[in-house]
Design a binder for this molecule. Structure first.
Ligand SMILES: Cc1cc2nc3c(=O)[nH]c(=O)nc-3n(C[C@H](O)[C@H](O)[C@H](O)COP(=O)(O)OP(=O)(O)OC[C@H]3O[C@@H](n4cnc5c(N)ncnc54)[C@H](O)[C@@H]3O)c2cc1C
Length: 294
């Protein structure tokens, strides 16, 4: 337990310009919902630093629906994701990831921007964001850029975000009319709620006449960063689903690189990732829902 906050400085921003001015000075980080930062602070693992509280910055809020994309402000909370009818209809993997993240207090305060910026390989929204082909909007005083979320994490807790940039929004391409892929997010943890993922799988498949037209797989806790399992998806595309289940499972077993840690062994995580995929494929082939895995 930390008894004093000597050496810490916290400023409250009211606008994006306020934030960018601080970030341009150097040495400032964002404090959004605080649900990761406060845990690190309480565990004495946060060195004295300068935090700019962005909770009241209007430019980081809101969910805007366009014809081709949905733009989610970085401060969008898990509760807001679950309450949004269009997200429920079009982005069920993200909604399920939000539902399985923490409990009510975390869901009211934890943000998508914080989840991505915190860069935990065990986080729940990244697998869905990868499977949906999300982009991130990054802004600094030097300008605004959009980067594909896939490739954003360059290593454990490392990313393409420069220190003077804030994540302002997440951009999700809307599904094309007439496509209704099978999609779901499954998480295996130690218990039903308030559990960090031992493995999470976001699974989206466009199956046409029994042939895999397209498939996208995002996984958590099986590599140093959230994983877009490209090799596994590649081995399935254009092939009859029933014929490729064993090969897909073997390819995923080879593609993941999980580690041993306090929550699981690497061998267990590999087995669980493969089991989640196998069940998702068998369920899709049989036209049933996958097992409720958490
Ligand atoms: C009890 C508990 C349960 C939890 N359960 C889950 C769970 O099931 N699944 C899960 O994925 N996570 C879980 N978390 C982790 C946490 O809630 C999420 O990662 C949350 O989304 C973090 O968002 P935040 O706004 O609170 O981030 P903060 O704590 O405010 O910030 C986290 C990091 O991101 C940076 N940051 C925040 N916003 C931005 C931005 N817009 N641009 C640039 N940098 C930014 C901050 O500087 C900081 O380094 C849990 C946490 C707790 C305490």
């Amino acid at each position: 337990m930390r008894a004093t906050l000597d050496g810490f400085e916290v400023a409250r921003a009211r606008s994006l310009d306020d934030v960018l001015a601080r970030f341009a000075e150097g040495g400032w980080s964002a404090l959004a919902g605080g649900t990761d930062l406060m845990v690190t602070l309480g565990a004495l693992a946060l060195a004295p630093c300068r935090l700019v509280d962005v909770w009241a910055v209007p430019e980081l809020r809101g969910i805007t629906v366009h014809d081709d994309v949905v733009v989610l402000g970085a401060l969008t909370t898990y509760a807001e994701v679950q309450a949004h009818p269009l997200l429920v209809a079009e982005f069920p993997m993200l909604v399920e990831a939000a539902r399985l993240s923490g409990a009510a207090a975390i869901q009211n305060r934890g943000t998508l921007g914080g989840n991505v910026a915190n860069a935990s390989p065990a986080a729940d929204s990244p697998p869905a964001l990868l499977a949906y082909g999300a982009e991130l909007e990054l802004v600094s005083r030097a300008g605004r850029r959009r980067v594909p979320y896939r490739g954003f994490h360059t290593g454990y807790k490392a990313s393409l975000r420069r220190a003077d940039e804030i994540i302002t929004a997440l951009v999700l391409p809307r599904p094309r009319a007439g496509t209704a892929p099978v999609q779901h997010y499954r998480k295996v943890g130690t218990r039903k709620a308030q559990a960090i993922a031992k493995v999470g799988l976001a699974f989206a498949m466009d199956l046409r006449d029994g042939v895999v037209h397209d498939v996208r797989l995002g996984l958590s806790s099986v590599a140093a960063t959230p994983l877009f399992a490209e090799r596994t998806a590649d081995c399935m595309r254009g092939r009859p689903l029933r014929a490729i289940i064993d090969e897909a499972a073997a390819t995923l077993a080879d593609e993941v690189t999980p580690i041993d840690d306090v929550r699981s062994t690497g061998a267990y995580r590999r087995r669980v990732a493969v089991n989640l995929l196998r069940d998702a494929l068998e369920a899709a082939a049989a036209g049933r829902a996958p097992v409720d895995s958490l």
